[in-house]
Design a protein around this ligand. Structure first.
Ligand SMILES: [Zn+2]
Length: 318
């Protein structure tokens, strides 16, 4: 890329960190990625490291606040690796976008793009970073084969995000995130009463705009299904299964049918009783929530049925 010399270009690849005198930059990306993860940005940007493998790019005026807000990124990365295996992308940096960026974050490999609206000053909205980081495994490493399988990206990522936050902030914090997410899910299910088919985990988006599948269903119903599986087999066994899943299918695409086969073989071990309790077919191919779906211990908000406070600064996650 060639850019005016006062600007710095960045990509979802190995990045330069500093401007040079020529304005010419070459980018290299060793790992294979799906096309939706290829991204670039150009701006008056500066870099600040926040850890050994982590740093922040932002406009110089907002760089100090951004570096303060995201100071726990390396700790999140270590927590994620302790859960589900090594981070395979080299660096993990953040790029702070202008407020017009319409999402909370986008998990471009090596360089997550984030909205500046999560810079609250007290690190209270950084679960979004845990979310985008978790995509380095669920989504970027094992990628949904089609947008009908979007829940494989997002359900796993929400589950993983909350496990990272549990390690950093404790179980009560993770429980709060679950409660907020659960209220969002109930609200979404109510809103989608007229289109129950779209509350299945496995979507049918043929001849439709893929954005129509971007609802809380993939995120929160997907997460709830994984919580249900964890409760069924116990955390230790479930974690071993998730690690095994990421390791087995890394740098590959995954669709729902293949996932179900892997689940039945590797977690449920062909055990009839476990399979009946797992209710995978109902969770994935039926609308709404199956009977006995796990509910967070208590919902601290939304008793009146109104919308719960949005997570991550009011922007939809990606
Ligand atoms: Zn996501």
């Amino acid at each position: 890329m060639k850019v005016p010399v006062h600007l710095l270009p960045l990509m979802s690849a190995e990045n330069p960190e500093q401007k040079n005198a020529t304005g010419e930059y070459f980018f290299q990306m060793e790992q294979p990625i799906p096309s939706y993860l290829l991204s670039l940005a150009v701006g008056d940007l500066a870099f600040a490291p926040v850890g050994e493998r982590c740093g922040v790019y932002a406009e110089p005026v907002s760089l100090p606040q951004a570096a303060h807000e995201f100071a726990q990124t390396e700790e999140m990365l270590l927590a994620a690796e302790a859960l589900y295996g090594p981070y395979l992308w080299g660096r993990y940096d953040l790029l702070v976008l202008p407020p017009s960026f319409p999402f909370g974050g986008m998990e471009n490999p090596r360089l997550t793009f984030v909205t500046p609206t999560i810079i609250a000053g007290d690190r209270s909205l950084t679960s979004l970073i845990a979310h985008e980081l978790a995509h380095s495994w669920s989504g970027n490493l094992v990628t949904n084969a089609t947008w009908n399988d979007f829940w494989l990206n997002e359900g796993f990522t929400v589950y993983f995000e909350r496990r990272i936050m549990e390690k950093l902030e404790g179980p009560a914090y993770a429980e709060m995130l679950h409660s907020l997410g659960y209220q969002d899910l109930l609200h979404t299910l109510e809103e989608m009463k007229g289109t129950p088919g779209d509350t299945r985990l496995r979507l049918s988006l043929e001849n439709r705009d893929p954005d129509e599948g971007l609802t809380e269903i993939a995120y929160e119903k997907g997460n709830l299904f994984l919580c249900h599986l964890e409760q069924l087999v116990g955390r230790e066994k479930f974690d071993a299964f998730v690690s095994h899943y990421f390791r087995t299918f890394r740098f590959q695409s995954m669709d729902t049918a293949r996932f179900v086969l892997f689940l039945e073989k590797e977690l449920l071990n062909g055990n009839q009783e476990l399979q009946e309790k797992a209710k995978a077919q109902a969770w994935i191919y039926q609308p709404g929530l199956p009977p006995g779906a796990p509910a967070p211990r208590r919902g601290p908000v939304c008793e009146s049925g109104g919308a719960a406070p949005a997570l991550a600064g009011g922007h939809p996650r990606r």
